[in-house]
Design a protein around this ligand. Structure first.
Ligand SMILES: [Zn+2]
Length: 248
């Protein structure tokens, strides 16, 4: 590995850069894993389910309304026919044979009306129950849609918070990078591209990136390295920044 020199103060700035990058990583993670994202998917499924249910009960209500109108027409027809027969029967010039036929038909019409009225009552009851279902389904759909609205608002508020925090960290990062020589930043970025931190403090003989305690020979090399030399963790490769608390 080529030896890279950097003033100890510049090396410490790498820790600031690493802290900013850690925050940026956390913000990106927070954006991806916002609970509202998964909750919204569920809430949208609930809206679709509620819509389907509403269509179903509204269709039932429509079918029953059609049945009700049909029975009303039938009842009306039976009433008109009954009225006509009674008028004929009450009138003069009705022969005995015709009178018997009319009486017979009036009895049939009476039974027919009775059947129709029973049917009408039953369908009215069904329609009432379905009407209540329609109201429940409308309320359920409204609640589901409200949940989507609320969650969308909460998600967007969270996104806006993350955007603002990110913009702040991006500015901090630019300001920090401006104070570090480009070739040192390049070493830092190269390490970071492999995943994890680019730089970490050596604290009490432990690399603060991989949390491992360095062995005696590694510590000996670090102790021997000049303060302005950039050194790396023998365990994880991160740029190790030494301080008075490094335990060297
Ligand atoms: Zn390490």
């Amino acid at each position: 590995m080529i030896t890279m020199k950097a003033d100890p103060a510049v090396q410490r700035t790498l820790l600031t850069l690493a802290a900013v990058d850690k925050e940026l990583t956390q913000l990106a993670h927070r954006r991806r894993t916002l609970p509202e994202i998964a909750q919204l998917v569920e809430a949208e499924v609930a809206v679709r389910t509620a819509k389907d249910k509403l269509v179903e009960v509204e269709t039932s209500a429509g079918d029953l309304d059609r049945d009700i109108r049909r029975i009303e027409r039938d009842v009306e027809g039976v009433r008109a026919r009954t009225e006509r027969d009674r008028t004929l029967l009450a009138g003069s010039g009705v022969g005995a044979k015709q009178a018997t036929d009319l009486q017979h038909e009036l009895e049939t019409l009476q039974r027919r009306q009775s059947v129709l009225e029973d049917e009408q009552l039953e369908i009215m009851e069904q329609r009432e129950a379905v009407g209540a279902d329609v109201e429940h389904s409308q309320a359920a759909l409204a609640a589901a849609e409200q949940a989507v609205t609320d969650l969308t608002q909460r998600r967007d508020t969270a996104f806006a918070d993350i955007d603002a925090a990110e913009a702040g960290r991006v500015r901090d990062r630019a300001a920090t990078v401006a104070g570090i020589p480009a070739e040192v930043v390049a070493v830092y970025e190269k390490r970071r591209a492999k995943g994890g931190a680019g730089a970490a403090l050596l604290l009490a003989r432990r690399c603060q990136a991989c949390r491992l305690e360095l062995d005696r020979s590694a510590l000996g090399e670090l102790r021997a390295a000049p303060a302005d030399e950039i050194v790396h963790c023998t365990e994880c490769g991160v740029i190790l920044v030494r301080s008075t608390e490094s335990g060297l």
